[in-house]
Each structure stands twice: as structure tokens, then as C-alpha cells.
Design a protein. Structure first.
Lengths: 307, 240, 299
């Protein structure tokens, strides 16, 4: 994992989003200040979806808030769609869709239509768009349902639909897949991919690494307020873990990490088969064979442990 | 701007939809409110020595204004005890959003209460009251109350738990408006009380009350704008 | 190898909706068995029936080879909802109270032992409100580690936890199986199942879609290839005698596991002029989809 950050600030207005060495401190009145980001950097090109992973309290939501202009950094530079988020928030909000902590709140007695129409009216978007979104997010037939009566899954679909009402160029999603079943995640992934193909960009945080793997091309690790950039795309980090009946004492290709009777290697069938053949040759039995997806591997990297 | 107004109207319609689903209860509720307010007004008139009709009207006006004051900090809260971060995710400065939503609600309150006042007056006194005066009084009271409401919204945005303060202010408004003998020269500057005083002495010019009302609104909106900047600097809009 | 749990024909309906439809499965002793299924599939309902909170409409439950009866609770621990721990009391005190409820002898000593087993001795005298989420989950576990417990039913024990929290809980669970406790853990996170399951019971629409060892399921893994020309690749592979299928995602295809022939497979594609962008073994999530799709088509 690369520990160096980018340098040089955020001069490129064509980038979808940029952050350089952000230091962010929360200062609630009558309470002690809390440092949320220490040195966070980010680069996002148009049409790319970036995942942000890391332990709780690492600052993932804060990073999104900075890009949304909800908090001004103490130090460092942030740009979204070429604008300074804290200075130009209203103008930025016209082009950015935001979902924080997985939810959008509306009065419980409103129904699905009310919520979507309200948001559409706020953005000056024609009613027809609402119909498209209802369909795209599987809410057909539920337009008259009061929000209080919606299942968690449907409520989350509505939360997502609301983000896309005004056709944003950039979406910032914090835990978008809460309460969604795997099928809905796949459908959303498909929807996202279409928009990404049209030039939209996305920054997504999630604990659900399986779901995140379907939604993003690149991953940024955020740990204790500092960002770390993996060396390659997420797919490079997919792993296969083999557990043998006896410890491995012979040498194997360099990409294979051996710890006694546990082997970790890239999930590359050719390499895996090569290793399996070798183990077979040496008379070792393979007791377990487990895969790990790239996002999970990156998320579990301890700083300094490296990959 | 028009988009914002349209959104505000949708909000009003959505908020009312639940009540309109039970029209009988809705109408009954308003009638009861009307009757109670009239009764309160008569009692107030007795104690302060003003004419009964004016007393009743004063109560309606005060009620409307205090309702608006109560409503404004809750405009975007959705039931929580502080305005959510999402209020700042719309493509408008917060002050504009709050101003438009408050205006639409103010019109709702004015029309609703004055309508009920009209019907109640007809029922009790058997002749139509002077609507012009009623609307003017209501408008004056609403201005001041709105301004105070904006101020409270701003405080809530930054400091969160200001409900105790809100209750005190509401009580203060009623006290200032209805305490007999409390009539200092600067009463025109006090929201609600200033308007009520003008209702009782309509020969006085409404201008001072009006100007102070506008001042309150401006101060309130400036406070909201300032609170917005403060919240971004501190990062506390969503901080729990 | 005896079964910690054996369920036959378990059926339960709520308000006319059939949640569990003739559920039949076994959970072996001394292992980590994962109960896998999407939210709302009926996992919590199953646990409620197994713990005796509700009665099934039909079916039989056997615990450690004996028919279910209320005495089962003497060695059955369940975490369903968050227990009402007192924030101002220490972790140790809270577990002690839980044990007193169960009429455990020497509750104080048993509580300390339970905390040891979940690795929370260092925080025994810390107040519950100061516990992190991961620590809280482990304390819920500790409250179920009364003397004599042999089987634990855990409903989503890592819900809401971040990576570190999950690691803490899972290493505790693994330690417990090594001590001989059988675990039946429900989750909707396939990634967790991938890492930790020894045994799997997959729930789909109120029925068991798969049950067996993780290893057996994992043997069915196919290769997943992402290529630039799917149609060409499929044709080439099939012509060469490989069992290849269209994948779920655009540009992907699956090839039945033909372990010794990976080189030949890749060579075949190169010859056909197809570029392989990514290649890997199927993960558990994809296997899971296959099971569900298979069931759906059969239905």
C-alpha cells in the first residue's frame, strides 16, 4: 500500500473531486474539539466510483461531509466539481447528490410520492423524473404508502432514489446499502454503472465490503484520519486462503504468503492451481480453501502491515 | 425561487394530507379551537377592560403568531430535536429555505385563524367583523413572531437544545401581550405584544410595529445565515 | 459426530404468511455453523422457535439428540435482542445479574469466568456505557456463557460492527468452539460465512437451500473470467470441451472447475483472440446466487 499522498493541491477543475492533506476538527459548542481527519487526500476522476473503507471513527463520514461543504477543513484543500464546497455549497448542491449515514428524513406521515415530489420541486426537476426513479428503484405500487409503513428495505430504496432526483454529476453515499437485500444491491449496482458510464462520479463508504465490491472500481483506506492508497485496482487484492494439514516447509512462488499451515495468495486460478499441484506433490492435504474479496482485504490491512 | 415556493406548497399539502383524510375531525378540531380561543379572548377582555370583540381577536392573533414562532424551528426537523444536516443539502442558502417555508406557513395560519375568527364572530355577535383590521393585526404579529422564530432556529442549529428557551419566550409573548397595565413606550418593538397593542388602540399608526416586525425578520434571517456559517466552521450540523 | 441440533419439518406462519416452510436441517456438534439468508428470510423466527420463545405450527426439534423441552435452556444460550444491560454498572456486574436470573450457583465467580472466555477480563470493572460496540457484543455473548452451556444461537452477532469489532467477535467465537461449545450463528453477510463457517445452512424463502460443510460447497467453485468478448470466449471454450456459462455480470463467464487444465483454458482463449481482463475462483456469494437461481428455476 502506498503511504505517500498526492501533492500539489487541487488545481484541476475537471476532476470530479479532490482533497489534499485535509485536517478536520469538530468543534461543538461547550465540548472538547475532536480531530476527525489528520491527513486525508483523495483524487476522483469523472466516471469513476471510489469506495472508502476503514474502521469506525476513522473519518469516512467526515470526508464525505467535507466534500459536501458541511464542514470546513482546518488545513488542506478540498474541491468538488471544481468548486470549494464550504464556500459554494448551495451551487454545489445543485449538482451533487448526498446520502449521509444511510438515511434521508421526511415526516413520517408523508408518503413516497410526497417525499419524491417535494425533493423534485426543491431542485426544479419535472415530475416525470419522479416516475422514472420510482421504477428504477423498485418502488412501483408503493407511491401512496406512508413512510412509517415502509419496510426498512423499501425505506432505503426511497433514500437512494431521492439522491438521484436532480441527475447529479457526483454522488456522495454514506452506507447506501443498509437494509438492502443482495438482489437490490445488484440492481443498484447496475443503475450506478449506467450513470458512471454517462460521466457521473461517486464516493461511497460502507461496512458491507461484499456490497461495496459491486459498487466501486477503486478503494481508499482511511484509518485514524489518514488515507492510504492501494497499489492497484481492487481486483488485484482478491485473495485465496488455503489451510493445509501440516505446515509448509518448502518454498513457493513469491506472491504466496505462508504462515505455518496457512497460505494466502492472489485469487488467480493459474497461480492457485500451481500451488495446489505443488502441495499435492509434497503430500500435503488441503483442508480449507476460502476466497476473500479485494475490498475486504484492503479494509483489513493494518497500517504498517502492508500487503 | 419559484421552485422553492412550489416545494413549500407540496410540503404544506403533504403535511395536511393526513388531516384531510379525516375531514370531520379536521373541521371539528378547527371549530373547537375557534370556540376556545373566543372564550379565552372574552376572559382576557374582561380582565384587561378592553372591548370583547377586540379581546377575542387579540387572542386569535396572539395564538397565530405564537404558533408560527413554535413552528419555525421545527420546519425542517422531521420530529428530531434539532434541524438535520439534510436541510443544508438543498441548492439554496438555508435562510432562503427557512424564509420561504415560514412564509407559506404564515399565510396558512393567517387564513386559517382569521377564517375561524370570522365564523366565530358571526356565530356569537351575529355580524361580520372588520376583516381588514383582523388581517392587518395578524400580519403585524406574524412578522415579529417570524423574526423571533428565525432567531430561535439559528440558535437551535448551533446549540441544539434550546427548547426550554423557546417555551420561556412563548410564555413571555403571551405575558407581554395580555398583562393588564403593561404598556411601556417600546411595546411596539416586542413581537406579538406590539401588534396586540395596536389592535386595542387602532387610532395609533401601525408603522412602528410594522418596521420593528421587518427588523425582527431581517435580524432573524441574518442570524440563520450566520448560524449556517458557524455550523460549517464547527462541523456540527450532523455531529451527535 | 453427533448433532447439536436437528430440525425436521419446521413450519411457522404469521398472519397468514408462511415464514418457515418445512425447514429441515442439522447442525453438528462443536463446530461453527452459519445460518445464511437475506434479511426477512426467517432466521430470527427460527431462533425464536429453537429457544422456545414461540411454538412452531408444525415440526420437530431435537437438541443433542433429545426432543426439545423447556429444560433445554439449561445448556442453550441465545442472543436475540440486545439484553437490557445497565449502563452505570460494570460489565462484570451486568453478567452477574444475568446469571442470577438464571439461578446460576456462585454467579460472581461464573461471571468472571464468562468474561475470561470472551476476553473481556481487562474491562470487567469498567462501566458498560464505556464499552465499545465490539466489547458490547462480546458481553452479550458472555451473558450466555453460563456454566453448562453447550450450544449458542447467535443472531447476527456482528451487526453494526466495523472491521476491528468483527475480528474481535469472531476470534472469540472460534475460541469458544475450541472449548467445545457448538455455535449456530445467523448472518446475511456472505463474506463472514466465507471466512469463518465450517458448516452452512442456507435459508431461502422459508426452506433450506443448502446444508453441508463449507468445504463441500466450496468444492463446487468455478472459475470466473472477465473477458472483452464474451460470445467469442464462450464459443471457443465450448468447442474445446470446457463447460462454460454466461456470468451474472456483463463481460463475465463461468467455467466448471477443471483444476489441472487452467493453462489449457487460458491458452484456448488466447488462441481465439480473447483478452482475459480478470480471472479468479468463484466466491461464496456467487455460489450462493447459483443455489438460489437453481431453486428458483426448479420452483
Amino acid at each position: 500500500m502506498k503511504h505517500d499522498h498526492w501533492t500539489g493541491g487541487c488545481p484541476d477543475p475537471a476532476e470530479a473531486a479532490c482533497a489534499q492533506d485535509l485536517r478536520v476538527v469538530y468543534r461543538p459548542p461547550f465540548a472538547r474539539p475532536k480531530v476527525a481527519l489528520v491527513a486525508a487526500s483523495l483524487r476522483l476522476k469523472r466516471g469513476v466510483s471510489l469506495g472508502v473503507v476503514g474502521p469506525n471513527g476513522a473519518g469516512k463520514t467526515t470526508l464525505l461531509r467535507v466534500l459536501a461543504g458541511l464542514i470546513r477543513p482546518d488545513r488542506g484543500e478540498a474541491r468538488a466539481l471544481g468548486l470549494d464546497p464550504a464556500d459554494d455549497r448551495p451551487a454545489l448542491m445543485r449538482r451533487v447528490g448526498v446520502l449521509l449515514s444511510g438515511a434521508r428524513h421526511f415526516p413520517d406521515r408523508w408518503n413516497v410520492s410526497d417525499a419524491l415530489n417535494f425533493v423534485a420541486a426543491m431542485y426544479g426537476v419535472p415530475r416525470s423524473r419522479v416516475g422514472e426513479l420510482v421504477e428504477a428503484f423498485g418502488l412501483t405500487g408503493k407511491e401512496r404508502e406512508p413512510l412509517s409503513a415502509l419496510s426498512l428495505g423499501n425505506r432505503q430504496r426511497l433514500n437512494l432514489a431521492v439522491v438521484f432526483v436532480h441527475d447529479p454529476e457526483l454522488v456522495l453515499l454514506d452506507e447506501p446499502t443498509l437494509a438492502l437485500d443482495a438482489q437490490t444491491v445488484e440492481t443498484f449496482a447496475h443503475f450506478l454503472r449506467q450513470r458512471l458510464g454517462q460521466g457521473m462520479s461517486a464516493v461511497i463508504t460502507s461496512h458491507d465490503h461484499a456490497a461495496l465490491g459491486k459498487l466501486v472500481d477503486d478503494v481508499l483506506l482511511l484509518d485514524q484520519g489518514v488515507t492510504h492508497v492501494p497499489q492497484g485496482p481492487v481486483t488485484d487484492y482478491a485473495r485465496m486462503v488455503l489451510v493445509t494439514d501440516r505446515p509448509v516447509t518448502f518454498s513457493l512462488p513469491a506472491e504466496v504468503r505462508v504462515e505455518g499451515n496457512r497460505l494466502e495468495l492472489p485469487n488467480d486460478p493459474r497461480l492457485v492451481v500451481q500451488v495446489l499441484d505443488r502441495l499435492d506433490l509434497e503430500g500435503l492435504k488441503v483442508m480449507e480453501m476460502r476466497t476473500q474479496n479485494g475490498v475486504e482485504v484492503i479494509a483489513r490491512t493494518q497500517v504498517g502491515g502492508g500487503l | 425561487m419559484s421552485a422553492l415556493v412550489r416545494a413549500a406548497l407540496i410540503k404544506v399539502k403533504a403535511d395536511l394530507a393526513e388531516q384531510l383524510r379525516y375531514p370531520i375531525q379536521f373541521i371539528f378540531g378547527w371549530l373547537t379551537t375557534g370556540a376556545v380561543l373566543w372564550g379565552l379572548g372574552l376572559a382576557a377582555a374582561r380582565t384587561s377592560g378592553t372591548e370583547a370583540g377586540v379581546g377575542a381577536l387579540a387572542t386569535y392573533v396572539a395564538m397565530g403568531a405564537v404558533s408560527l414562532f413554535y413552528l419555525i424551528p421545527r420546519l425542517l426537523a422531521g420530529g428530531k430535536d434539532h434541524p438535520p444536516e439534510e436541510a443544508m443539502l438543498y441548492p439554496y442558502p438555508l435562510a432562503r429555505v427557512v424564509a420561504v417555508l415560514a412564509s407559506v406557513n404564515a399565510v396558512q395560519i393567517a387564513l386559517g385563524l382569521i377564517g375561524v375568527y370570522f365564523l366565530a364572530a358571526l356565530a356569537v355577535t351575529r355580524h361580520a367583523p372588520a376583516i381588514g383590521v383582523a388581517l392587518e393585526g395578524m400580519a403585524l404579529a406574524l412578522l415579529g413572531a417570524a423574526g423571533a422564530g428565525f432567531l430561535l432556529f439559528a440558535l437551535k442549529l448551533v446549540f441544539r437544545k434550546v427548547d426550554g428557551l423557546a417555551v420561556l419566550v412563548q410564555l413571555g409573548f403571551f405575558a407581554a401581550a395580555f398583562t393588564p397595565g403593561l404598556r411601556p413606550d417600546w411595546i411596539a418593538a416586542v413581537p406579538v405584544a406590539g401588534a396586540v397593542r395596536w389592535l386595542r388602540e387602532p387610532e395609533l399608526s401601525p408603522l412602528p410595529v410594522f418596521l420593528f416586525g421587518i427588523l425582527w425578520v431581517l435580524v432573524g434571517l441574518l442570524a440563520v445565515a450566520r448560524a449556517e456559517r458557524e455550523v460549517v466552521a464547527r462541523g456540527v450540523a450532523g455531529y451527535e | 459426530m453427533s448433532n447439536a441440533l436437528s430440525v425436521r419439518g419446521l413450519t411457522k406462519s404469521y398472519r397468514g404468511r408462511r415464514v418457515l416452510d418445512g425447514l429441515t436441517f442439522e447442525v453438528p456438534e462443536g463446530a461453527i455453523a452459519l445460518y445464511l439468508g437475506p434479511n426477512g428470510a426467517g432466521k430470527t423466527t427460527t431462533f425464536r422457535l429453537l429457544s422456545g420463545l414461540e411454538a412452531p405450527d408444525a415440526g420437530e426439534i431435537h437438541v443433542f439428540e433429545r426432543p426439545w423441552d423447556p429444560r433445554v435452556r439449561r445448556f442453550l444460550g441465545v442472543t436475540l435482542e440486545e439484553p437490557r444491560f445497565y449502563p452505570w454498572l460494570t460489565g462484570l456486574e451486568n453478567v452477574e445479574i444475568a446469571f442470577r436470573y438464571r439461578r446460576v450457583k456462585n454467579p460472581a465467580r461464573a461471571a468472571l469466568k464468562a468474561l475470561e472466555r470472551v476476553g473481556l477480563t481487562y474491562a470487567a470493572r469498567r462501566r458498560f456505557r464505556d464499552y465499545s460496540l465490539g466489547m458490547r457484543q462480546r458481553l452479550y455473548l458472555a451473558a450466555q456463557l453460563f456454566p453448562g452451556v453447550r450450544l449458542l444461537l447467535l443472531d447476527e452477532p456482528t451487526n453494526g460492527l466495523d472491521v476491528e469489532g468483527r475480528e474481535e467477535v469472531w476470534s472469540t467465537l472460534q475460541a469458544l468452539t475450541r472449548q467445545g461449545v457448538s455455535l449456530f450463528v445467523s448472518t446475511h453477510q456472505v463474506l463472514e460465512a466465507e471466512r469463518f463457517a465450517e458448516y452452512l445452512v442456507v435459508l431461502h424463502k422459508g426452506r433450506v437451500a443448502y446444508q453441508g460443510t463449507y468445504r463441500d460447497l466450496a468444492k463446487r467453485r468455478r472459475f470466473v473470467l472477465r473477458v472483452d468478448d464474451v460470445a467469442e470466449a464462450l464459443a471457443a471454450l465450448r468447442a474445446a470441451g470446457f463447460e462454460a456459462f454466461l456470468g451474472r455480470r456483463p463481460g463475465e463467464l463461468y467455467v466448471e472447475n477443471t483444476a489441472g487444465k487452467v493453462d489449457r483454458l487460458l491458452a484456448c482463449l488466447t488462441e481465439a483472440g480473447v483478452q482475459v481482463l480478470d480471472q479468479r475462483f468463484e466466491d461464496l456469494e456467487e455460489l450462493y446466487w447459483r443455489i438460489k437461481d437453481g431453486l428458483e428455476r426448479a420452483a
